[in-house]
Write a protein that binds this ligand. Structure first.
Ligand SMILES: [Zn+2]
Length: 363
């Protein structure tokens, strides 16, 4: 999980100023190259935060989500994944095509998001982790978050020390855990860390997951698929794919596809990268996804997709909007600036210093 380094007051000022400009969508083009497909990603749609989500920035209230849908249907044209796939060069897509997606396996997809999408006639892709269906266990992020919020960071630190010993990094905030520690763990180390969290916290994960009821049931998943929403793969247990060896693909990628297809009764043909980072999109993973029949891969680095974008590298904007002006900035302006920044660093053969750039948030 990454946190915005772009200062909030400056962002608010820029959002107000740009949104009030006449011909604002034309003005946006000044900030960067042509921008073909806009993609947005939401996570949990919920009125309140819980100890399982507080501090992770994954929740959008239903009223903000509804406002976002109004914004998207007023100024953009929502499209289906199918529309994107049959128009690889983007030329026959509407001028401001937008694809709405959701990541993780939250029950709020079925309870809140899907009915609102239907109300506004917005198609969507739901990227799901089958491990959490029917609330059999907690997603690692929700478990870490719960432990930090209920038991404190000391429990997190002691679990990290149990895995890494003296090499354990300084973990002061959840952002340290999600931004630096979890991505550094191999799959087996991550399991050991989660087990240390459960045992030092005295947590019966199955009971806690049932009690929390955070995730979709298999029946809800089938219901989503039956009303023309698309179901996609988000790995089986929400892992950083950089930590997967080739022999792990069966467990995390293929198993998730098979279980989602069995539960939903539909074909899974798209993949979204947990945490959204291009660092996790390894050549080996791309090869595996292509060989397994996938047709599109999504990241969440909030960079503008150019015309004829690689369908195995489609970027999405994280949508936690406070109003039309900030949504305009987040969806129309900042992705163009990031694309220009990335192009500059590619041309100069250097890596962008992301700590000083317009860093988006990702989950
Ligand atoms: Zn995710």
């Amino acid at each position: 999980m990454l946190y915005s380094k772009f200062q909030h007051p400056a962002r608010t000022f820029a959002a107000h100023a740009l949104w009030r400009m006449p011909g604002r969508f034309g003005v946006a083009r000044i900030f960067g190259p042509s921008y073909s497909l806009r993609c947005v990603v939401f996570h949990n749609i919920s009125v309140v935060e819980s100890p399982f989500t507080t501090g992770t920035n994954v929740s959008t209230t239903p009223s903000k989500f509804e406002a976002a849908l109004k914004f998207l249907t007023t100024y953009y044209e929502p499209v289906r994944l199918e529309d994107v796939l049959i128009n690889p060069d983007g030329k026959r897509l509407p001028a401001r095509a937008v694809l709405v997606t959701f990541d993780d396996a939250y029950a709020s997809f079925a309870d809140v998001a899907a009915p609102l999408c239907q109300k506004f006639g917005v198609p969507a892709v739901f990227f799901v982790n089958a491990a959490f269906l029917d609330n059999q266990r907690l997603a690692p992020d929700n478990l870490v978050c719960y432990v930090a919020n209920v038991l404190g960071m000391e429990t997190i630190k002691s679990a990290a020390r149990a895995v890494r010993g003296a090499d354990s990094p300084e973990l002061h905030h959840l952002s340290d855990v999600f931004g630096r520690f979890l991505p550094s763990l191999m799959l087996v180390e991550r399991e050991a860390f989660l087990e240390a969290l459960r045992s030092s916290g005295g947590i019966n994960e199955r009971c806690l997951a049932k009690e929390a009821g955070l995730y979709l049931t298999g029946e809800q998943l089938r219901g989503l698929a039956s009303v023309d929403f698309e179901i996609g793969n988000h790995t089986y247990s929400h892992v950083h794919c950089r930590s997967l060896r080739r022999e792990d693909f069966g467990q995390e990628i293929d198993r998730n596809k098979a279980e989602l297809e069995a539960a939903s009764g539909t074909k899974v043909r798209s993949f979204s990268q947990p945490y959204g980072s291009s660092k996790d999109l390894t050549p080996e993973l791309i090869r595996h996804l292509k060989q397994s029949g996938y047709e599109a891969v999504f990241l969440s680095e909030s960079v503008a997709n150019p015309p004829s974008a690689d369908p195995f590298h489609l970027d999405r904007v994280n949508s936690r909007v406070d109003g039309d002006d900030t949504f305009f900035l987040e969806l129309e302006i900042l992705p163009r600036l990031r694309a220009v920044r990335n192009q500059f660093f590619r041309d100069s053969g250097d890596a962008p210093n992301r700590a000083n750039s317009f860093q988006p948030e990702a989950n």
